[in-house]
Design a protein around this ligand. Structure first.
Ligand SMILES: [Zn+2]
Length: 351
């Protein structure tokens, strides 16, 4: 660790918006953006080449299926785990706080859903990841249990393709219980008609871009009050496929209607690269997101990160050793060259 505080200069900084050349201060607590360098004094400071960016977040991962220490070298500094054994997942946020080799971690815990429904028969999930809800009492108890285990969001399973789904009363009970403990819900919405059912129950935050059907304009408009986590590359890994095309079409319209898009990959689900996924970014680009919008999608969600003013980061930042590409440049390829720096590793990259 650096003895006290370390000051470095950097030419390009992204923190919700582009900032010009900046002085960055690294302390034990985190990285802080100062103003522009003073030419008289900053020439003596170590210089970090390239671009420093507020920590890239993958808002849909399953850490239980990957090696978390591979995320930092791949550019991902923060993750939201959207489903695992709740007791095991409850240990991860603390692990992320203690160990810079891990990303910062937020977790959902288990997936609340209908008994016998998704993901109780899914190959990827431990049996304990499925939390059956049969009454409104269950809904309130299990939401509080997830909260007590350190959940940052409540995951709801609403997958009509593989089994029974919760009725409206129970979906609304979960939404209400989450509201009571001031947690957001994130719903896995899959199968014909389930987007409408989710919206009717007040579930506005989706773990995946809907891929089961091309949504009507009316549904896109209603959904656009909410947030979708992209996961476009889970379908045939970017090689096309009907569900991928449906998802890109839906996301293009959702974004045009003002919906909030977060980058998320469903990491652990199939053969996905551990770190920034260039194919996911390329698919988001097809849905109309330019470089700045890709960066906003890669930023952590403000509602999950209250108190950040954009200048004080945690101990992690994403870093790209080159300057940002111009308007005709290849933004996904550039972003995929990111790695994570901490106060301990920042100095190694300066010159
Ligand atoms: Zn998932």
């Amino acid at each position: 660790m650096t003895p006290e505080a370390l000051l470095v200069t950097v030419d390009h900084v992204w923190s919700g918006r582009w900032r010009g050349p900046s002085v960055v201060r690294a302390t034990r607590e985190g990285l802080h953006l100062f103003g522009s360098p003073d030419p008289a004094t900053s020439a003596a400071l170590p210089h970090l080449p390239g671009t420093l960016l507020s920590p890239f977040t993958d808002s849909h991962v399953h850490l239980g299926l990957v090696d978390p220490t591979q995320l930092g070298p791949g550019g991902i500094a923060r993750v939201l785990d959207l489903g695992w054994d709740p007791d095991e997942a409850s240990l991860w946020p603390e692990h992320g706080r203690m160990d810079d080799a891990w990303p910062e971690v937020q977790v959902a815990g288990g997936l609340l859903g209908a008994p016998g429904g998704y993901p109780s028969r899914a190959g990827w999930a431990p049996a304990t990841a499925a939390v059956p809800i049969t009454s409104t009492v269950d809904a309130h108890r299990e939401v509080r249990r997830m909260r007590d285990l350190g959940a940052s969001v409540i995951k709801v399973a609403l997958n009509g393709d593989v089994g029974p789904v919760l009725d409206r009363v129970l979906l609304e009970a979960i939404a209400e219980a989450a509201d009571d403990v001031q947690l957001l819900t994130v719903a896995h919405v899959q199968g014909l008609g389930q987007v409408r059912r989710a919206l009717d129950a007040g579930l506005l935050r989706f773990a995946h871009t809907p891929f089961s059907e091309v949504l009507t304009d009316d549904l896109v408009d209603r959904a656009a009050d909410g947030t979708w986590i992209s996961t476009l590359d889970i379908h045939g890994h970017g090689r096309g496929g009907a569900e991928h095309e449906i998802a890109v079409t839906n996301l293009t319209r959702f974004r045009a209607a003002g919906g909030h898009v977060l980058y998320g990959t469903d990491l652990g689900n199939g053969d996905l690269p551990v770190g920034v996924n260039e194919r996911e970014l390329r698919a988001l680009q097809r849905a109309g997101l330019g470089l700045d919008e890709l960066l906003r999608a890669l930023g952590s969600d403000d509602t999950l990160d209250a108190g950040s003013d954009g200048r004080h980061w945690s101990r992690r930042a994403s870093w790209i050793p080159t300057a940002p590409p111009g308007p005709d440049g290849d933004a996904p390829a550039w972003l995929a060259t990111a790695s994570v720096l901490t106060p301990d590793t920042l100095l190694e990259k300066t010159r």
